[in-house]
Design a protein around this ligand. Structure first.
Ligand code: SF4
Length: 436
């Protein structure tokens, strides 16, 4: 109830306003899409301020912080591509990938080009190229220039531009650092299912570390698994609420970190989801629905009681749990230095299928590794699960393939991926590893 009042009051007291600063167009409190949709053209979610000059379209969140840029120069690579700045202060370039195979490969119409080494499926480094680089560097000048034309504009426009200019790149970097301090370091990897909300999640740690410390893993930390206390979770919620402030209304999803939240006490998991919904007002977001994303492991999944999934099914919003299976072949698990038995991976896969059938708002997805050097038996045993065990095609319970080599994108590898995709009876996509 409180949450829907928040949304209603917000929308009434922040009515959209359109104005001009000389030749430049200003739209305050612009209403974007209110639900995430997979479309092949720019369709941005949330309420934001839009400022458009002859050189760029710039979007600012409700804290006056830059969130998106689109160049209007002739040499901008594609009119339907844009730059996004995350709450962790990373720039991501959204590329159409020439509309060839991006959706089939990732499940999304846009390919996120990231500023760090990751499993980049199609290659390319647009962030270091012109005119993209210049726009990232020069937007503050552009805003300054626009504000110089604002004599005669409304008071609200002048005040908004002042606040935007106060959010310099240094201030934005500081906000990203503060978020990382609150959650005890950057999120090294988001679950692949966060693609459903364009990776726009609020990170909230309920535990740290993981169980296995696998040799192959590039995202782990040195910590052994440990659950956080309710007080530690509440502390994060209070600080995140302060940090996101007016823009909180544009978030409807949380990521329960770090690498194995499913290994926590079931009461802690459910309690954290309920507290986050209440304290962050997720159900009252401008964006429809709410979502919780978390990782689990083979061990935490196999030891979890069915009751936990039934309880999760009753909580608000949809819940996505991503499990790192990696391989059902013992020699591959040994190569990966993943201390698991293949029989346990197979049992975890079966349990995933039964949870996905039983629960309507819980979806469990799984990851397998892929690399041309892995034994044939890895692919044979994977197909025994994702094709033979599944029976008929299903649209729930995605399988994500995670490349072992980050810096070697290859279209030849994608060819192997398509072969597996054709045979799988579950949706199969490549895992795009994103940090936050
Ligand atoms: S794959 Fe998962 S369990 Fe293994 S080291 Fe990485 S985070 Fe930990």
């Amino acid at each position: 109830m409180l949450e829907s009042i928040k949304n209603d009051q917000y929308c009434i007291s922040h009515a959209p306003l359109t104005d001009r600063c000389g030749p430049h167009s200003i739209k305050l409190f612009k209403r974007g899409n209110s639900h995430y949709e997979k479309v092949s053209y720019p369709r941005h979610c949330g309420i934001y301020h839009e400022i458009e000059s002859s050189r760029a379209v710039m979007h600012f969140n409700l804290n006056h912080q830059l969130i998106r840029l689109t160049g209007k120069q002739r040499d901008w690579p594609h009119p339907q591509e844009w730059l996004k700045r995350t709450i962790g202060n990373d720039w991501i370039y959204y590329s159409t990938g020439g509309y060839t195979g991006v959706f089939e490969t990732t499940g999304e119409f846009y390919l996120p080009n990231l500023p760090y080494s990751t499993n980049n499926h199609l290659g390319g480094k647009p962030l270091s190229q012109e005119p993209i680089r210049s726009l990232i560097d020069n937007w503050p000048e552009e805003i300054k220039n626009i504000s110089g034309h604002c004599n005669g504009s409304s008071e609200r426009v002048a005040q908004t531009l002042e606040k935007i200019m106060a959010c310099t790149p240094a201030v934005l970097a500081e906000k990203g650092n503060t978020l990382h301090q609150v959650i005890d370091g950057p999120v090294t990897v988001l679950p692949p299912d966060t693609r459903h909300v364009d990776y726009q999640v609020i990170p909230l740690n309920v535990s740290v570390g993981c169980l296995y410390k696998c040799g192959f893993c590039r995202v782990k930390n040195n910590r052994g698994f440990a659950e956080l206390s309710v007080d530690q979770i509440d502390y994060q919620l209070v600080r995140i609420r302060e940090l996101l402030a007016a823009d909180l209304i544009n978030f409807n999803s949380i990521f329960l970190g770090q690498h194995d939240a499913l290994n926590c006490d079931p009461r802690l998991i459910c309690n954290a989801i309920e507290r986050a919904h209440h304290k962050l007002g997720l159900s009252g977001s401008y964006i429809d629905g709410s979502n919780t994303f978390l990782f689990g492991s083979v061990g935490s999944l196999l030891s979890a009681d069915t009751e936990l999934f039934d309880d999760l099914d009753l909580l608000p919003g949809r819940i996505f749990i991503n499990i790192g299976l990696e391989s059902a072949d013992q020699s591959t698990l040994d190569i990966l230095e993943k201390p698991l038995l293949a029989a346990d991976v197979t049992a975890a896969f079966s349990k995933i299928q039964s949870i996905n059938k039983r629960c309507s708002s819980v979806e469990v997805t799984a990851n397998f590794v892929t690399d041309p050097e892995l034994p044939d038996n890895h692919y044979r045993t994977m197909l025994e699960l994702i094709r033979d065990q599944v029976g008929s095609p299903r649209d729930k319970g995605c399988i994500y393939l995670s490349q072992l080599r980050f810096d070697d994108p290859s279209r030849a590898r994608l060819f192997d991926f398509y072969k597996l995709k054709r045979l799988s009876r579950l949706p199969l996509f490549m895992y795009t590893i994103q940090r936050l």
